[in-house]
Design a protein around this ligand. Structure first.
Ligand SMILES: *Cc1c(COP(=O)(O)O)cnc(C)c1O
Length: 362
């Protein structure tokens, strides 16, 4: 294992080493079936058990009851951008979007294809360096739903306190921070997340949906685009991304072993603190992109005094076994993605590297 690096990539991203080792151990012969899970029918008892356990584990971790379903679908979070308005934005209604970054902009763009939308708040001014305050949010009259992005992967901001709008269904794209710390999942009508950042490999998208949202949806949209189809068929309407769901379930088991959301939340706070403290104590050598109150536990975005130093930083970090730190072009600089599976040692290693880099170049 000595040649494994610390992988700070935004996604697909680091997975728990324990999970990779476990999957490797049963790769050729899954649970005495004599075949790999990759070769197993999705109609088999073995796969049905995985599918059911993954739903149960997700509900247990989120602390939600039988009024929710957990669906495993394909097409990434990007397909959810369209499925949500297709299912819930009926004629004569308005869908409200709170814009906190590039992903929420993309979600809004898809909704516009299907009906009337309203921007309830945006922090585009200042290049999305913060989350709006509650008093900046102006909902439309009787919206069909409000859509938020809980963590802005590109800009490194996060709703540190998740909002609630009473009876209005709240929908969240949690692709980059799902299960990162305790929160009240029952405030949400629908949560979705592409798995490849904080849950597992790419190929599966998790949709957590309150059952009342499965009623009265239009029958004029394709079967694959209807939440009702996937719910009625326990996510087995067509061939699911079976290996991805299997891996996701191993990650969920691992999370339970970390003390669930309380345990992982404490560890994530500690990890992010190591990096943010280094930025704050650098006397301005490192500058965070996000405002203090909007900082993300998952993606730490920061700049150096100039672009040449940023390039050198990324290159030398990689040589030191800290890979994937180059920032997204819309923010520039560096981005450390430190999802649930990033060990504390990775953040400590980054901190040590940052201090040494500043000593040499500051
Ligand atoms: C990565 C990301 C997406 C896009 O996910 P895909 O599964 O690639 O479609 C959407 N929203 C957020 C917040 C993301 O981080």
């Amino acid at each position: 294992m000595n040649n494994r690096v610390f992988n700070f990539s935004a996604g697909p991203a680091v997975l728990p080493l324990e999970v990779l080792v476990e999957a490797q151990a049963e790769f050729l012969n899954y649970q005495q079936t004599g075949m790999s899970i990759l070769e197993t029918s999705h109609r088999s008892k073995a796969y049905e058990a995985i599918n059911a356990e993954a739903e149960a584990n997700m509900k247990e971790l989120l602390g939600i009851g039988d009024n929710y379903r957990v669906l495993f679908v394909q097409g990434g979070a990007s397909t959810q951008f369209a499925m949500i308005p297709m299912n819930f934005l009926s004629p004569g209604r308005t869908a409200d979007y709170i814009l906190t970054g590039a992903w929420s902009e993309k979600a809004l763009k898809e909704a516009k294809l299907f009906g009337t939308t309203h921007v309830a708040a945006t922090t585009a001014e200042g290049n999305y360096k913060r989350i709006p305050n509650m008093d900046e949010i102006q909902l439309s009259d009787n919206p069909a739903y409000v859509h938020i992005t809980s963590n802005n992967t590109i800009f490194g901001t996060q709703w540190n306190e998740l909002p609630s709008f009473g009876q209005v269904p709240l929908i969240a794209d949690m692709s980059s921070d799902i299960l990162n710390k305790p929160f009240n999942a029952e405030n949400f009508a629908l949560i979705y997340a592409g798995a490849q950042k904080n849950l597992g490999p790419s190929g599966v998208t998790v949709v957590i949906i309150r059952k009342d949202l499965l009623e009265n949806n239009p029958k004029t949209i394709p079967a694959m685009m209807r939440y009702e189809t996937h719910s009625k068929n326990d996510s087995l309407y067509n061939t699911p991304p079976a290996f991805s769901v299997y891996m996701l379930n191993l990650v969920l088991r691992w999370l339970k072993g970390q003390g669930g959301l309380v345990g992982i939340g404490q560890r994530n706070t500690l990890k992010a603190g190591l990096v943010y403290d280094t930025i704050d104590q650098s006397g301005g050598f490192y500058r965070g992109h996000a405002d203090l109150g909007s900082r993300s536990l998952m993606n730490v975005t920061f700049r150096l005094p100039n672009e040449d130093l940023e390039k050198t930083f990324a290159k030398e970090a990689e040589q030191a076994g800290l890979v994937g730190l180059k920032g997204h072009r819309s923010v520039g600089g560096l981005r450390a993605s430190i999802y649930n599976a990033m060990p504390v040692a990775g953040c400590q290693g980054l901190k040590d590297f940052m201090i040494e880099f500043q000593r040499k170049n500051g």
